[in-house]
Design a protein around this ligand. Structure first.
Ligand SMILES: *[C@@H]1O[C@H](CO)[C@@H](O)[C@H](O)[C@H]1NC(C)=O
Ligand SMILES: *[C@@H]1O[C@H](CO)[C@@H](O)[C@H](O)[C@H]1NC(C)=O
Ligand SMILES: *[C@@H]1O[C@H](CO)[C@@H](O)[C@H](O)[C@H]1NC(C)=O
Ligand SMILES: *[C@@H]1O[C@H](CO)[C@@H](O)[C@H](O)[C@H]1NC(C)=O
Ligand SMILES: *[C@@H]1O[C@H](CO)[C@@H](O)[C@H](O)[C@H]1NC(C)=O
Ligand SMILES: *[C@@H]1O[C@H](CO)[C@@H](O)[C@H](O)[C@H]1NC(C)=O
Length: 273
């Protein structure tokens, strides 16, 4: 129903999409079902809601089962509001908003640790009533809160990475991956405006200054904030197919940046190649 009401709209789009029809997901490999995003105080809103909105739309339009867990150190709502006064004496008030976690890191780690002999078909974690199965895709956003020690988040990534199929980082979320040691010897990118600090958290990482996003094996990392949206579309194209990614972006009326190796913000923030 929703799809058919979109059709007149889609028909009016750019000629690239002039003949766009709802594609089928042709990938017959087991698609990921359980997505998780980790959040911490002073996360960057778009780092979280950019990728999630792409996935929300995919889940809404296509006939594929997807579950989401929102993970944090505690079950308290997690805010975007800066938790401490910035270096310069600016007044930032309390502007921001919160997201509500579904589970704590501890809860997830305890459940995955308690049944090490899980096999396919028996791997469901009943996280308060919903059997979502093991986490397969973990999304790690950035934001001002990454400047804190973030020990619980780093430990969670370290312990969880060997069990997931994919990990996606946005912006300075890459510093949680680098501090967990999972980027050592790998290519990755991060926020260009925060390049000097962010890359200092991973001296053994092969940081790519000119990339909008980087895929190295099952680790996908993106540049600053909005780049997480482009990363997510590229990842959706990789897993669900290019037609599916195009259909979701056209439905979201989003113009994708498609060249992963070209980031105009590298020049703007003077990050040398
Ligand atoms: C999708 O699959 C359905 C059912 O098999 C088929 O009728 C339809 O033509 C397919 N759509 C596309 C775009 O291939
Ligand atoms: C949706 O997917 C399920 C599981 O693959 C399938 O049984 C069902 O027929 C599909 N429904 C539609 C409307 O394509
Ligand atoms: C910030 O305010 C404190 C207290 O008023 C003052 O001592 C300090 O110099 C200010 N710092 C800057 C960077 O303006
Ligand atoms: C799940 O249950 C545990 C134990 O009762 C509780 O601490 C946690 O807050 C619950 N999570 C959700 C999402 O309700
Ligand atoms: C299909 O899905 C699998 C599992 O998610 C993924 O590894 C693969 O890259 C996807 N794409 C193709 C074209 O097989
Ligand atoms: C992507 O950008 C790079 C760097 O500007 C350029 O060399 C390359 O040709 C571009 N690739 C495509 C497919 O446009």
């Amino acid at each position: 129903m929703r799809v058919s009401t979109l059709m007149p709209l889609l028909a009016a789009l750019h000629s690239t999409y002039a003949t766009l029809t709802m594609p089928n997901i042709t990938n017959t490999t087991a698609l990921p079902k359980h997505y998780a995003i980790l959040v911490f105080p002073t996360f960057q809103a778009l780092d979280v809601f950019g990728p999630l909105d792409v996935l929300n739309t995919l889940a809404m339009l296509f006939n594929t089962t997807m579950h989401l867990s929102v993970l944090s150190a505690t079950m308290d709502p997690v805010t975007t509001v800066p938790q401490r006064t910035p270096r310069m004496n600016m007044t930032h008030g309390d502007f921001g908003e919160s997201i509500v976690p579904t589970n704590t890191f501890k809860e997830v780690l305890a459940k995955s640790g308690s049944c090490p002999e899980r096999t396919a078909g028996h791997g469901g974690h009943s996280m308060n009533g919903t059997d979502k199965g093991d986490i397969e895709v973990l999304i790690v956003p950035g934001g001002g809160g990454t400047r804190e020690p973030r020990l619980e988040e780093i430990d969670f990534v370290k312990q969880t990475y060997p069990k997931v199929k994919y990990i996606l980082s946005v912006c300075t979320g890459a510093t949680i991956l680098s501090r967990a040691g999972i980027l050592d010897g790998r290519k990755a990118t991060t926020n260009k405006r925060s390049w000097k600090w962010a890359t200092s958290t991973g001296p053994k990482v092969d940081w790519v200054p000119t990339a909008r996003w980087v895929q190295d094996g099952n680790i996908w990392s993106s540049s600053g904030i909005s780049a997480g949206i482009d990363l997510t579309y590229a990842w959706v194209a990789h897993v669900y197919g290019e037609e599916v990614a195009n259909y979701v972006s056209a439905s979201s009326e989003y113009v994708r940046w498609r060249n992963s190796t070209e980031d105009p913000f590298a020049k703007i923030w003077d990050v040398s190649a």
